[in-house]
Design a protein around this ligand. Structure first.
Ligand code: BES
Ligand code: ZN
Length: 853
């Protein structure tokens, strides 16, 4: 299928928009009027703008003294509208005036409606989600990130409602019939995807930061107590970024608004950032430590965009990673600054670095910079490559250049491109100029090529030398055998070890192979897991490293990297899974939360792989032996003076130990559930263990809790538990429930995915998804990233037959926005099948040996 060209003409460009919108909350429609001041650079007989689902009622062009009504035609596939004129419009200034109407749908994009209840009464608010290409659903426009303009926005709304946009109201005047006209101050020069209009019965709290910027948190009525945490964090964050970037926040107001129906986590609209309720609101009594961390991270991410993305914007979506990869890196700097005890940089390894290694290890990955044209292609790249590989290569570069040089380079880049657009090279050039290094050359293959290197190391000849080589890593030998990849990366490589001093040694590896000096002792390549790669050690070197680990010589990040690679190299066929399982036994007295989180994740992956094998019980037993010590250490009770990551570790350890079948832990969870008094940090664990070991009675209890709960974070915890039952009948009910009116459309996907990832629910969910495909497509169709997210859950399958089934189904029922996700998931399933076949025996005999010890 040839994708229509969706880029607009270069010869007509917008200069300034005057836009008025008027939502109708009873008919769920809206009216709009706009005047676009334009520059015409070549005589044209027609003007094409983006527009979807809008009905244009009047269109008139004025150029000098001449005016003419345009003839309107729509190009549905291209998402454009064309206005045709009798005479050619001359070069110069022109003004286009349009009147139009649209539908205020409940599809989470464009200008849409969200529903909530106050004292049993149904209410609606109107809000927007424009990124990437949905501003065109609210008003005809030049909907491309490089068409930056000033916008003069007016909203006509019911007098009692709040109206929010990117700037503050300048004039509010009464209008007939109980309405008011709110005219906002002109915006800075900005891209269409960053505009926002929010209208509804909203409440807010506010504060001023030092230099007078007004910060407000908006919620639906009755939730102001839950807004206090966000206000405090947003202020600290804004302060941090102003200092770090050396550029003041350019607007007089920063609003953060919690929206009940919201598809992403949050959206960085300039000055009017919108959030899911779970990503902004904290109930002091009911939210958990993990909930708090999520809120802080999301705020930090979206506020980073106010500079990186909003002030300087990518020229085209090919450079999306400049937005998302960057914000995903900088958010850690801010959170680490505000909450230094949260160990955010260790958590980076699971949240981003690890995700990048995982997705980018597939043959069906894509380069960070990739040509994208159609909206469905654009929406596809909001993935772990743009976010997590993007942030990981930035971290790698920062460590290489040094934090101060890096910051100065960023300041230089932002100043140079502010209120304009930039490409990847512009960033490298700015960093290169400040550092004096050839950044563009070092970074070239990291962004232009798919994948990342596997560095293999072994002794060469005598004692004093090591040979290191690089090749592209594939997470499956099947993918590796098909690819003929010869990419070489410039790898900043740090080595730690016996006799290398505290800082180790550091160099740039930019060849296929190199010889480096070494002592006879242990050594760890990629010290601190700074670069985006994996390391394959020779048996001898791995043995020495294992000894260093047992003697406590490795830091947190290195302990982490060692266990991660051990498991992933066995999936990839470089070693056998029993070797990774053996190494895992050395981690029993580990104390760091992130290392545990990684280990738990890897064990879980193996558990899923062998969940239908006869020796699965032995695996559970082995897993219990790994978790028993840490579970005893953390216990069920909070201890005096303990910190944030202690709470996270407690929940992780207890859940893992209980989930692998420890009877005492399960019993304790059940007792706590029945007592009704559960610390928020333990609620997830308790609900999950109760569900995994429960039947109809527990199901009914949890369902009732969900229905009466109003805090969305708590609802998410309960929904997750509902997906963990063993009974297929109950899981079937959960699937039906997900699509019922009790679950918001954005949350349903998460519930379905969660049942899919339950070994007892995977076939059931796949059947359900096929049966309800039409409903799902309708709900989430058209460039929505929720469908790919759902399909990704199919990665739990471990047989070729399932892969074939999926392939057949999607051939018959195409989902263009999930094309790449489908390919990725198929690759993963084939890889699983191969992995299982290869290592099943070795795992089983390892478990047997453990048994007899
Ligand atoms: N710009 C995105 C929101 C977005 C995502 C819009 C996909 C359109 C398509 C926003 O900055 C973002 O990345 N939000 C994240 C949260 C963040 C902490 C990673 C999200 O929504 O998950
Ligand atoms: Zn973002």
């Amino acid at each position: 299928m040839i994708k229509p060209n969706v880029k607009l003409s270069k010869f007509v460009s917008p200069v300034r928009y005057e836009l008025m919108l008027r939502p109708d909350f009873s008919g769920f429609t809206f009216l709009g009027e706009e005047t676009i001041a334009m520059q015409i650079d070549k005589p044209v007989k027609e003007i094409t703008l983006h527009s979807v689902g809008l009905e244009i009622e009047e269109a008139e062009i004025t150029s000098g003294k001449f005016s003419e009504a345009g003839e309107v035609s729509y190009q549905e596939k291209e998402e454009t509208v064309t206005l045709g004129f009798q005479k050619k419009l001359p070069v110069g200034k022109a003004q286009l005036r349009l009147k139009f109407k649209g539908i205020l749908a409940d599809n989470l994009k464009g200008f849409y409606r969200s529903k909530f209840e106050i004292d049993g009464v149904e209410k609606f608010l109107a809000t927007t989600q424009f990124e990437s290409t949905d501003a065109r659903r609210a008003f005809p426009c030049f909907d491309e990130p490089s068409q930056k303009c000033i916008f003069d926005i007016s909203l006509i709304v019911p007098s009692e409602m709040e109206a929010i946009s990117n700037t503050l109201p300048e004039i509010v005047s009464q209008h007939e019939g109980g309405f008011k006209v709110v005219k906002f101050a002109p915006t800075p020069k900005m891209s269409t995807y960053l505009l926002a209009f929010i209208i509804g019965d909203l409440e807010y709290i506010e504060a001023n930061i030092k230099n007078g910027v007004l910060v407000r948190i908006f919620t639906t009525p009755g939730k102001l107590k839950q807004a206090e945490f966000a206000l405090e964090v947003a202020i600290k964050c804004l302060d941090f970024y102003e200092n770090y970037f050396g550029i003041k926040y350019p607007l007089p107001v920063l609003d953060l608004i919690a929206i009940p129906d919201f598809s992403a986590g949050a959206m960085e609209n300039w000055g009017a950032v919108t959030y899911r309720e779970t990503a902004l609101l904290i109930d002091p009594e009911k939210s958990s430590s993990a909930n708090r961390q999520r809120v802080v991270v999301v705020i930090a991410h979206e506020l980073a965009h106010q500079w990186f993305g909003n002030l300087v914007t990518m020229e085209w979506w090919t450079h999306l990673w400049l937005n998302e990869g960057f914000a995903s890196y900088i958010e850690y700097l801010a959170v680490d600054h505000i909450f230094p005890e949260w160990q955010m940089w260790s958590q980076f390894l699971t949240e981003d670095h690890g995700r990048a290694l995982e997705l980018d290890g597939l043959a069906n990955t894509h380069p960070v910079e990739i040509e994208v044209v159609h909206p469905s292609e654009i929406s596809e790249i909001f993935d772990a490559v743009s976010y997590s590989k993007g942030s990981s290569i930035i971290r790698m570069l920062t460590e290489y250049l040094g934090p101060k040089v890096f910051r100065d380079g960023l300041r230089h880049y932002l100043k140079r491109h502010q209120y304009a657009n930039a490409r990847t090279e512009d960033l490298w050039n700015a960093l290169g100029e400040v550092s004096g290094q050839n950044v563009a050359i070092i970074m070239h293959n990291w962004t232009s090529m798919p994948g990342y290197p596997l560095v293999r190391v072994k002794r060469k000849g005598g004692r004093g030398k090591l040979e290191i080589t690089q090749e592209r890593f594939f997470s499956s030998p099947i993918s590796a055998s098909k690819a003929k990849d010869k990419t070489l990366w410039s790898i900043p490589l740090k080595v730690m070890g016996d006799g290398l001093g505290v800082d180790g040694s550091e160099f740039l590896m930019d060849k296929k192979s190199m010889t480096i000096p070494a002592s006879g002792g242990w050594l760890k390549l990629n010290a601190g897991e700074v670069s985006l790669l994996r390391v394959d050690y020779s048996k001898e070197l791995l043995l020495k490293l294992g000894q260093a680990l047992s003697q406590g010589e490795l830091g947190v990040l290195d302990r982490f990297g060692l266990i991660r690679d051990a498991f992933d190299l066995s999936e990839a066929g470089f070693n056998s899974t029993d070797e990774a399982l053996k190494l895992a036994l050395n981690y029993k007295s580990e104390s760091n939360y992130t290392v545990w989180s990684e280990l738990a994740g890897k064990l879980n992956k193996v558990a899923n792989l062998i969940s239908d094998e006869p020796f699965y019980n032995d695996f559970e037993k082995n897993a219990r032996s790994i978790f028993v010590e840490i579970t005893g250490k953390v216990g069920w009770e909070k201890k005096d003076g303990e910190g944030h990551t202690d709470s996270l570790l407690r929940a992780l350890a207890l859940y893992s130990f209980g989930s692998y079948g420890d009877p005492e832990t399960i019993k304790k969870a059940q007792d706590m559930f029945n007592s009704g008094k559960i610390d928020p940090d333990l609620r997830g664990v308790v609900y999950n263990l109760v569900a995994e070991n429960g039947g109809e009675k527990e199901y009914a209890q949890l369902l009732a809790l969900y229905k009466k709960e109003t805090l969305q974070q708590e609802r998410d915890r309960i929904a997750r538990a509902l997906s963990l039952f063993k009974s297929k009948t109950l899981l079937g009910k959960t699937l039906e429930f997900a699509l019922s009116k009790d679950v918001r459309s954005q949350d349903a996907i998460f519930v379905l995915g969660s049942v899919w990832r339950n070994p007892n629910g995977k076939d059931l969910t796949w059947g359900f998804v096929q049966k309800n495909w039409k409903v799902l497509k309708e709900r989430y169709s058209g460039g929505h990233f929720l469908i790919p997210r759902l399909i990704q859950s199919a990665a739990v399958f471990t047989t070729k037959e399932k892969a074939v089934e999926l392939e057949k189904f999607f051939k018959k029922n195409p989902a263009p926005e999930a094309n790449r996700a489908i390919k990725q998931v198929l690759e993963q399933i084939y890889s699983n099948a191969d992995w299982l076949k290869r290592d099943s025996k070795a795992i089983s005999s390892f478990l047997c040996r453990q048994e007899s010890r």
